[in-house]
Design a protein around this ligand. Structure first.
Ligand code: GLY
Length: 561
């Protein structure tokens, strides 16, 4: 269990396990809480806290560090959503650094002459890569919300890229899964002599260190213009990709109003389109609010949650896409009235998905981190290059591994993507469009408690955040309880409940089967949730990193208070 562990002492800060301090009126948290998917990324956040940064500076440092030490999950060749809460004025915003389709992309780009989807064309190699948003987002967050210069916040990542990080079991597993897609440059960096490295071997990325240094020195122009941009465009073009210089110079970060709503006494703030996360999460919570979930049998509880998932994921496939390209009625889709209409036909048995109106589809690996600082600033950020190690294509001489986020678009209506998701026109490919995402960085808040959470996990991200939200609503206010919770999932199509081994008791499985649900036990657990919690009344902070992953969580108490 990687619950907020003792970490040592820093100048002016004490790092302790969950802090049972004497309760006092606490307008501000008693320190920092940071949970990330990699211990070195957590260290980067700690370093920036110590250097006088705020949560936003720490978020920049953690994002860049993850890009180096967890290259299977996110990177400077990818994108993400950073959900921010600024304590001073309550300003909440989602920084959208999602990748965009290049201008030469079009609806049928992954189809062959017969109109069939070309296998793996949207997954492997530079044609699968959309224009990265992470570099621009980090520059934007540092400039608009940070206290420290960007260059300071990038120091830990540059150091990790130059000096290396140690190989872990998870790294080995995911390299094995994706090494067939690696081009020569990626193979040189992530393999040793063409083989999967051993645990403890050190992976150094001098080219990525140079790229990060260039961004530190020049800001966004260091990536999106000049020699690096030229190299990216040439490298992509030489191997069948379609990026142009204008795609890079035209990339823009967008600030979007988060999706917000309530579930009982909990205020929910989550990701806005082009993520489906916030809308699908709110729709499910709104449907489930109709019932007292504590007063139903376990079979009935799982059944209702699954039926809500089915309906909300159906809407995802039908209606959601990039809001700059398709009109999305977020207000209606997240309203209580709409949820009532949607859930009126939830009965005693399973509703076959084929009986719901058909729709005319997304990331496994990905990463998430959660940060709260002593001023009360918060960041929940979910970042991705989509599939583990993205497209497997690294542009020679840059250290930049490209995403394969184009697979989050619908290559052809009704044809599932790598995560089994389907969709229609709303998420069809168009030049400059952002692919629909499931990333769901989220804040949950009651009068007394603030939770910052999220997880990677492709299409299952939203259902994981739902289950954690329901657990919180049930009174589970420990970060550890939220990240360890057993998981189950339904995404409309395929019409089945997927569940972690041991997530659902045998008797409940029998009851669900009798109701007509198809059940699929997974061989392995999924998700990698990172959560931090501030219990205001108790003046207590907690941070927890999902034991399914290899991350770490710390609480740093401000010894000056
Ligand atoms: N590629 C993962 C997501 O955006 O949901």
């Amino acid at each position: 269990m990687k619950l907020s562990w003792t970490y040592g002492a820093l100048a002016g800060l004490l790092l302790l396990a969950a802090y049972p301090a004497a309760a006092q009126q606490a307008p501000r948290p008693p320190g920092w809480a940071i949970a990330t998917a990699h211990p070195l990324a957590t260290d980067a956040g700690v370093e920036i806290a110590r250097a006088g940064g705020n949560a936003f500076d720490a978020a920049v440092a953690v994002s860049a560090a993850l890009a180096v030490v967890e290259p299977m999950g996110s990177g400077m060749g990818g994108g993400g959503f950073w959900l921010l809460h600024r304590a001073a004025d309550g300003h909440r915003v989602m920084v959208d650094g999602r990748e965009r389709a290049p201008q030469r992309a079009h609806r049928d780009i992954y189809l062959d002459a017969a109109g069939n989807v070309r296998p793996r064309a949207s997954l492997d190699g530079p044609l699968a890569a959309a224009i990265p948003g992470q570099p621009a987002a980090l520059v934007h967050i540092a400039a608009r919300y940070g206290r420290l210069p960007l260059a300071r916040s990038l120091v830990p990542a540059i150091r990790f890229a130059r000096d290396g990080f140690p190989v872990t079991e998870r790294y080995r597993r995911l390299v094995k899964m994706r090494m067939a897609a690696f081009n020569t440059s990626a193979g040189r960096v992530y393999l040793i002599d063409g083989e999967v490295p051993d645990v403890g071997d050190v992976i150094k990325q001098p080219d990525l260190a140079s790229t990060l240094t260039r961004i530190a020195d020049e800001g966004a122009a260091g990536f999106y213009a000049g020699p690096l941009a030229r190299r990216l465009v040439e490298g992509v073009s030489a191997h069948g990709g379609i990026w142009g210089a204008d795609d890079l110079s035209g990339y823009q970060v967008v600030e979007r109003e988060p999706i917000s709503g309530t579930y009982r006494d909990i205020e929910v703030t989550s990701a806005a389109p082009p993520s489906s996360g916030g809308i699908v999460l709110m729709a499910m919570l709104n449907m489930l609010e109709r019932w007292n979930m504590n007063r139903v049998t376990e079979v009935e509880r799982v059944h209702r949650i699954v039926e809500s998932m089915r309906r909300a994921y159906r809407d995802r496939a039908l209606y959601l896409g990039d809001p700059d390209f398709v009109a999305i009625d977020s207000g209606r889709l997240t309203s209580k009235d709409y949820a009532r209409a949607l859930s009126d036909d939830i009965g005693a048995g399973a509703t076959p998905s084929r009986e719901l109106d058909p729709p005319r589809g997304e990331g496994r690996d990905t990463t998430h981190f959660s940060i709260l600082d002593p001023a009360g600033n918060r960041v929940a950020a979910t970042l991705s290059i989509n599939y583990p190690f993205g497209s497997g294509f690294m542009v020679a001489g840059t250290g930049v591994l490209l995403n394969n986020e184009m697979d989050d678009f619908v290559a052809k209506p009704g044809v599932a993507n790598v995560y089994g998701l389907i969709g229609g026109q709303a998420n069809a490919i168009a030049p400059g469009k952002r692919p629909l995402s499931s990333m769901t960085p989220t804040f949950l808040e009651t009068k007394d408690t603030v939770v910052v959470l999220g997880t990677p996990g492709g299409s299952r991200i939203i259902s994981m955040v739902l289950l954690a939200s329901l657990k919180f609503a049930q009174g589970a206010h420990d970060a550890e309880q939220l990240v360890t919770l057993p998981r189950f999932h339904h995404q409309y199509v395929p019409d089945q409940i997927v569940f972690e081994p041991d997530a659902i008791a045998q008797a409940t499985l029998v009851g669900l089967k009798l109701k007509g649900h198809a059940l699929k036990r997974r061989d392995s657990p999924y998700g990698n949730m990172q959560a931090v919690i501030w219990r205001k009344r108790e003046h207590r902070l907690q941070a927890a990193s999902d034991p399914r992953g290899e991350g770490s969580a710390v609480v740093l108490l401000d010894a000056s208070r």
